[in-house]
Design a protein. Structure first.
Length: 291
């Protein structure tokens, strides 16, 4: 029974991690930004969705849509208020822009966490399941909502793949991740590509946030740990590698699940961090990293 629970829970949490990490990877690949306010944006989506359901009586799907919209708005605010002013600043040397962006998004993430704690408190909240009921898998009693979350994550990932690889509007994103300077020389408006990438990122972070709230629950204090998990997955998979992030998400997800079930829930992040340290020493570019 425990083995089945580990397989199912590990699959779902890994799919959630993968969905969140893909957005993190997309933004870095296209714009070169490591957004350390990532967890805060996910929590904004989750808490706004939860608030909409509880205060306005919205059904779980409408509340989830409101949460995703909040995540996209938070992503745009992060770009226009924190990142773009640093990138366009004439007083910051170009070779120091990245460290200023890291510091700026880190501080912004702290501000988001404290602001959410003030508005919503730091008590964990859980959104209503998208689908009620349970199903038995090899004798293990599993909520249908949990299975649906894992499937939805992969549906969204599949839709992202279709947009990037099979549409005219998405292919510039792929080109920008390979060689943004050449894309600009070809006449593409890079500011529009950046805005499009931040819109997609906000949607991905928002979906991951509301699904996580429906599965495990979140609180304002979750922002830091979610950012750390996403950063660990992206580094482990390789900065800029979407497929590497997906592989790393399942490595981290199953390591955490096995640790939580067989050792202690309080120690669940430790094995993944140990693996991350080993990868940094033995293969700094990550599993499938290009840089």
């Amino acid at each position: 029974m425990v083995a089945i629970q580990i397989l199912i829970d590990g699959f779902v949490i890994s799919a959630l991690y993968g969905l969140g990490a893909i957005g993190f990877t997309l933004i870095f690949g296209v714009t070169g930004v490591l957004n350390l306010a990532h967890g805060g944006i996910m929590v904004i989506a989750a808490l706004v969705g939860w608030y909409a359901a509880n205060q306005f009586g919205l059904d779980p799907y409408a509340a989830a849509a409101v949460g995703v919209l909040a995540g996209m708005i938070a992503a745009f605010i992060t770009y226009f208020v924190v990142i773009r002013p640093i990138q366009q600043s004439r007083t910051i040397p170009s070779d120091e822009t990245e460290i200023f962006i890291l510091t700026g998004t880190l501080l912004w993430g702290v501000m988001i966490q404290e602001g959410l704690a003030y508005l919503f408190s730091d008590n964990p909240v859980t959104m209503k399941p998208l689908l009620p009921g349970v199903v038995y898998i090899l004798g293990d009693r599993t909520p249908i909502n949990e299975i649906m979350i894992g499937i939805l994550c992969w549906v969204v990932i599949g839709l992202l793949w279709l947009v990037v690889y099979r549409t005219k509007i998405g292919k510039p994103l792929l080109a920008a991740s390979e060689n943004p300077r050449a894309l600009g020389l070809l006449g593409f408006e890079m500011s529009r590509i950046y805005l499009f990438s931040w819109a997609i990122y906000g949607i991905l972070a928002g979906v991951a946030g509301v699904l996580l709230a429906s599965f495990l629950g979140v609180s304002s204090a979750s922002a830091g740990s979610l950012t750390a998990s996403a950063f660990s997955i992206v580094v482990l998979g390789g900065l800029g590698s979407v497929w590497g992030s997906l592989i790393a998400a399942y490595v981290v997800g199953y390591l955490e699940t096995i640790t939580a079930y067989l050792i202690s829930p309080q120690l669940r992040p430790i094995p993944a961090l140990i693996v991350l340290v080993l990868v940094v020493y033995l293969r700094p570019q990550g599993i499938l990293g290009r840089r």
